[in-house]
Design a protein around this ligand. Structure first.
Ligand code: HEM
Length: 411
């Protein structure tokens, strides 16, 4: 019997979750990679990598032994920095995706009570109006348009602004702050992040949302944020409420944009899928699920080993990093027949692009609704839509991937 801790290495390939082959042909690449085992140590990533659907789904559910907590990394990054930088990190304490229970539970409950399926479907009319507005703007354009910049990017920003109850010009100020704070949150080395932009953005962001939340307390609106503030606000501190706003802003924006971009790029490249989808509006739900499976923006989710344990015949030790490879899981032939093919009627489709278990994406239903409405209304408004030149190849890395620009002729 093999010792548990033995790290198997593939003879002819070095596992690289961000390589071009894994992005271009995930079904083929991960099938070869899985020959080395469903759970493998990667020297390149200095992490355990989980490659089968069963292992990734099990790891998403195993918050006892695998931790999501990243607060110590951010706190280390804040050491010796300004008060404003500390406030930015304080705000991140409310990012429940970086927390374990019990903090996670306390932060998730208020949001979960606002993001009910009913409340989300209540946003449908609003989303339709937002999409119609973008389509009017596209209709006015002459010649080719870049669907990534003109459609996929603004839509989720407008929807999330509606969720937060922030309208008009105020919305414009989001973007710059978001970019600066993103440099801290998504940095692989938060300690090396330049201080000034993060500190300034965090200060302005906090001041803006504190005022906004106070206004919601005085004069409640009909946004989901207003609901959180009214119903649960006293269970959260002011800075936690602000932190949740930033989380929704980040969580709901870039991800949904990338899903739309990847889907539109595929539809432009595949006239057969475009024509089929146009003629089968009843398939929107299964189609969006399949687009999430093959083009969902999150390719890998990290965890830290909390306690020594066995997983897939390997011994994992405290402090080690584990990569839950969603892209591999979503192309596992043990679960998905012909995983390399796009089947817009695939059902069941247990794709893991929104995660699973305790941290399952709170915005999954919102993202699905947005994608369904956006695709359907775009196809109906511009039935002659086609590529305007070559669509760029997919580019990406370990964590995510995307394609842009997406040049199209609409008429
Ligand atoms: C296509 C779009 C989206 C994708 C692919 C996506 C993906 C994910 C994934 C994979 C997770 C799990 C993280 C983990 O296990 O560590 C997650 C969590 C989360 N997502 Fe999304 N998301 C999307 C849209 C949204 C939207 C629209 C919102 C909010 C309006 C949102 C809010 C959140 C929140 C708050 C969490 C944390 C949940 C928790 O830790 O309990 N997401 N998302």
């Amino acid at each position: 019997m093999k010792p548990l801790s033995k790290r198997r290495k593939l003879p002819d390939m070095e596992l690289d979750l961000g390589c071009e082959a894994s992005i271009r042909d995930p079904a083929g690449y991960f099938a070869r990679a899985r020959e080395g085992g469903d759970v493998q140590w990667s020297d390149r990533h200095r992490a355990w990598v989980l490659l089968s659907h069963a292992e990734v789904a099990a790891a998403f559910r195993d918050h006892q032994r695998l931790s999501s907590d990243r607060m110590d990394t951010f706190e280390r990054a804040a050491r010796g920095r300004s008060e404003a930088f500390h406030r930015a990190v304080e705000m991140l304490h409310a990012w429940l995706n970086f927390r374990d229970p019990p903090a996670h539970t306390r932060l998730r409950e208020p949001l979960a009570s606002a993001f009910t399926p009913r409340a989300v479907s209540g946003l449908e009319a609003r989303i339709r109006a937002i999409v119609a507005g973008r389509l009017d703007a596209l209709a006015a354009a002459q010649g080719p348009v870049d669907l990534s910049a003109e459609f996929a990017r603004p839509l989720p920003a407008l929807v999330i602004a509606a969720v937060l109850g922030v309208e008009g010009e105020e919305r414009e100020r989001f973007q710059a702050w978001s970019d600066d704070i993103a440099s801290l949150v998504f940095s692989l080395q938060p300690g090396a992040v330049e201080e000034e932009p993060v500190a300034r953005a965090a200060q302005e962001f906090i001041a803006f949302f504190e005022r906004h939340i106070e206004r919601e307390q005085r004069e409640p609106g009909d946004s989901l944020l207003s609901f959180v503030v009214q119903a649960e606000g006293d269970r959260l501190s002011a800075i936690e409420l602000v932190g949740l706003c930033t989380l929704l802003l980040f969580g709901g924006h870039e991800t949904t944009t990338t899903l739309l971009i990847n889907t539109l790029a595929t539809l432009l490249e595949r006239p057969d899928l475009r024509a089929w989808l146009r003629e089968h509006p009843g398939a929107d739900e299964t189609a969006v699920e399949e687009f999430m499976r093959v083009g969902g923006p999150a390719r890998t989710m990290p965890r830290k080993v909390r306690e020594k344990h066995e997983r897939g015949g390997q011994l994992l030790r405290p402090g080690q990093t584990v990569f839950l490879c969603i892209a591999a899981a979503n192309h596992d032939p043990a679960v998905f027949e012909r995983p390399g093919e796009i089947d817009l009627l695939r059902d069941p489709n247990p794709q893991l692009g929104f995660g699973w278990g305790l941290h399952y994406c709170l915005g999954a239903n919102l993202a699905r609704l947005e994608a369904r409405i956006a695709l359907r209304m775009l196809l109906e408004r511009f039935p002659a839509m086609r590529p305007a030149g070559a669509i760029p190849a997919i580019r990406g890395g370990v964590m995510g991937f995307g394609r842009r620009p997406v040049p199209a002729l609409l008429r």
